[in-house]
Design a protein around this ligand. Structure first.
Ligand SMILES: [Zn+2]
Length: 363
């Protein structure tokens, strides 16, 4: 068997585990089309995750984050689901995002669509389907992030606002709720140029991986080790936690042990605009309360996107602090949890009893 024919996670985008990729493929999850390509070693064909064709055996499947990687590994595009067409669309969206990130002045939809070779309305639909927000909203969020960065360097708030390309200061304040608070390029590039400090610490819910940039916590997961962190951020400078990180780790442990009294800890996480919207909505759920996937979908303005909310929930990189455990099924059953259902139940129990009753503080 050649390397390319073996099931492999090496080509996956940093936000996706092999398990999530297989789950998306099994569920024919459309929201992964263009970001994930599924190759079948027995037929030498690759598909979109949503391909209607019969599912092959797990051991015959390899995942790719880039269409070109699937081609280079010797696979041909499926004629039924046309993954090459969706890859062209995704490439156009990626290119548009790069243009928006590089633009000093706001770009019109017509200019943007023409630059990537699509008709404006068609491209608006593509972009929104892919990222959950329109190009205009994405550009506003980017400008808000730039403002935030400039604010750190500039003494004058007004100057910072004008430098970030706003017509008038009032626009800045109206955009404040849409901030992405992220550096999408570095994140997409496996953390290139970023220093991440990490530790695995014991908690009453099991070993907890805490990883942080100097801006905030970028990963908080159960049962993960340095190897898992390196697979998510292959290009980051990973270093063991230092003394300066001790108090942050203490706060994280307190939040895990007593979620009802959760301190407001800084996060540094990046997702698609849709994921960001879902995660922001999760952070609004008070401890001791739960919401359904459908309620979160409605809250982010996409009532039809219940399954995509479930996926965004599952790809939350910061357990507990982005409380995805507070989302349950409409019928009241727990649904899934990346850290295991037992932990989800314990976290919810601890919150409803005030966060102190069932768990012991180790610190
Ligand atoms: Zn197919």
């Amino acid at each position: 068997m050649r390397d390319a024919e073996r099931p492999d996670t090496a080509y996956l985008p940093p936000m996706l585990t092999d398990r999530q990729a297989w789950a998306a493929f099994e569920a024919r999850d459309r929201s992964f089309d263009g970001r994930l390509f599924v190759a079948v070693s027995t037929t030498r064909i690759y598909c979109r995750p949503s391909c209607p064709a019969r599912r092959p055996k797990r051991e015959n499947v390899a995942f790719f984050g880039q269409e070109s990687d699937a081609r280079e590994a010797g696979y041909r595009p499926c004629l039924r689901c046309r993954p090459d067409a969706v890859a062209r669309d995704a490439e156009a969206v990626r290119k548009a995002v790069a243009l928006l990130e590089a633009a000093a002045e706001p770009l019109s939809l017509t200019t943007l669509a023409a630059a990537v070779g699509y008709a404006p309305h068609h491209f608006q639909r593509l972009f929104t389907r892919d990222l959950g927000v329109s190009p205009a909203a994405y550009a506003r969020a980017l400008r808000a992030r730039r403002t935030e960065q400039t604010l750190e360097e500039e003494a004058s708030v007004t100057e910072a606002i004008y430098e970030a390309g706003y017509a008038a200061p009032s626009r800045f304040y109206s955009d404040a709720g849409e901030r992405l608070g992220m550096t999408p390029s570095a994140w997409r590039d496996g953390g290139r140029g970023v220093t991440i400090r990490w530790a695995v610490v014991p908690s009453s819910l099991g070993p907890l991986l805490v990883a942080a940039t100097d801006k905030g916590i970028c990963r908080l997961t159960f049962d993960e080790d340095e190897g898992a962190l390196r697979r998510r951020f292959p290009n980051a400078d990973l270093r063991p936690a230092d003394a300066a990180m001790t108090s942050l780790i203490g706060d994280v442990l307190r939040a895990v042990e007593a979620p009802a009294a959760m301190p407001d800890l800084p996060l540094d996480v990046v997702g698609t605009a849709f994921q960001q919207a879902v995660w922001a909505e999760l952070r609004k759920i008070p401890p001791g309360e739960t919401r359904s996937y459908a309620q979160i979908a409605a809250a982010v303005g996409q009532p039809g996107a219940v399954r995509a909310v479930g996926t965004a929930n599952g790809s939350n990189p910061v357990a507990v602090l982005v409380p995805c455990h507070r989302v349950i099924r409409s019928d009241g059953s727990l649904g899934g949890y990346a850290g295991g259902l037992d932990r989800k139940r314990k976290l919810l129990d601890a919150e409803t009893t005030g966060g102190q009753g069932t768990l012991n503080l180790p610190i």
